[in-house]
Design a protein around this ligand. Structure first.
Ligand code: SF4
Length: 302
């Protein structure tokens, strides 16, 4: 039997929110079926059940940080998918953060495409007007075939629709791309289709992560049985290069490699203007014998 982590304990936050005030809004993940994801999966089952926290608890938490003078910081509304909560509940939280905490630099949260698609355009605008600045969404891959294989529960067209609607409502969008998610067999498809979806959405930011499998995930078992092949470091770099090279001319996103799982740390404030430099840098890494012989890292913790 797994001892469960209570839903108000924060399990994960984006690295960019490391110095933010973290307010737990939801626990667990309402889906929790993605084959590659070990965030809420233990060896013997879910480690934290999905829950939306009672509004009064969240407001009390905001009071706590306001009274301790945590003003002037960004605020991250934590939990696997807080946007699954009713819009009026989220609006009350956003308005209360803005009321109680002074000079909040930004308010952000994770968002799941299907949760976004369940909200109307008016609801998304209400969230933007109440002060939700940016959401972080796992695109993972632009290939519906890979998303289906990985049990993401969303296809590429739903990702495009959700992404466009977030941006149209006035909320910034940061997408995660998971290098290596198609394995060796579908690496080219992963790059091509991910570039296509990024071109359709033109998100504010996209960020690369590298597939890192844990023993608690279904994908680990498939890898052990030889049914899924992990990419080498140089193949991950090539995949990133191929995504950037196949982006449409309209894409002006910021690009980050801001994760411990990555093999490169290159960034761009506007990929349209810096695409050639970005690609040349990745080409130089791919041709570097030291990089070519790098072993794959698989991390126990991130
Ligand atoms: S990747 Fe996201 S949606 Fe999928 S199981 Fe993990 S937390 Fe849930």
């Amino acid at each position: 039997m797994t001892t469960k982590i209570p839903p108000d304990q924060i399990v994960i936050r984006p690295p960019v929110e490391a110095y933010s005030v973290l307010i737990a809004v939801s626990g667990g993940c309402s889906w929790n079926k993605c084959k590659f994801c070990g965030t809420y999966k233990g060896i013997y089952g879910s480690i934290q059940d999905y829950a939306i926290l009672p509004l009064e608890n969240v407001l009390k938490e905001i009071d706590f940080y306001a009274e301790k003078n945590y003003h002037g910081f960004p605020v991250f509304l934590a939990g696997g998918n807080p946007t699954s909560a009713p819009t009026d509940y989220l609006v009350k939280i956003l308005e209360y953060v803005r009321l109680r905490m002074k000079n909040v630099q930004r308010i952000s949260s994770y968002a799941k495409a299907l949760d976004i698609l369940r909200k109307s355009d008016e609801e998304l605008t209400q969230l933007a007007e109440a002060g939700l600045d940016i959401v972080y969404m796992g695109l993972e891959s632009g290939s519906s075939k890979i998303l289906r294989f990985m049990k993401k529960g969303t296809n590429a067209e739903s990702m495009i629709k959700a992404g466009k609607r977030i941006l149209a409502a006035g909320i910034k969008l940061s997408l995660y791309i998971l290098l290596g998610l198609g394995g060796k067999e579908f690496s080219d498809l992963h790059a091509k289709e991910t570039a296509r979806v990024l071109t359709e959405i033109n998100p504010t930011i996209f960020r690369f992560r590298t597939l890192n499998i844990l023993p608690s995930t279904p994908l680990w078992k498939e890898w052990e049985q030889g049914d899924f092949e992990l990419l080498s470091p140089v193949e991950c770099i090539k995949e990133e290069r191929d995504i950037i090279a196949q982006l449409g001319e309209n894409v002006t996103s910021q690009v980050f490699n801001d994760h411990v799982s990555n093999y490169v740390g290159i960034e761009s404030s506007n990929i349209k203007e810096e695409r050639d430099v970005f690609i040349s840098y990745l080409d130089s890494l791919m041709n570097n014998p030291r990089i070519q012989s790098l072993p794959r890292k698989n991390l126990d913790r991130m």
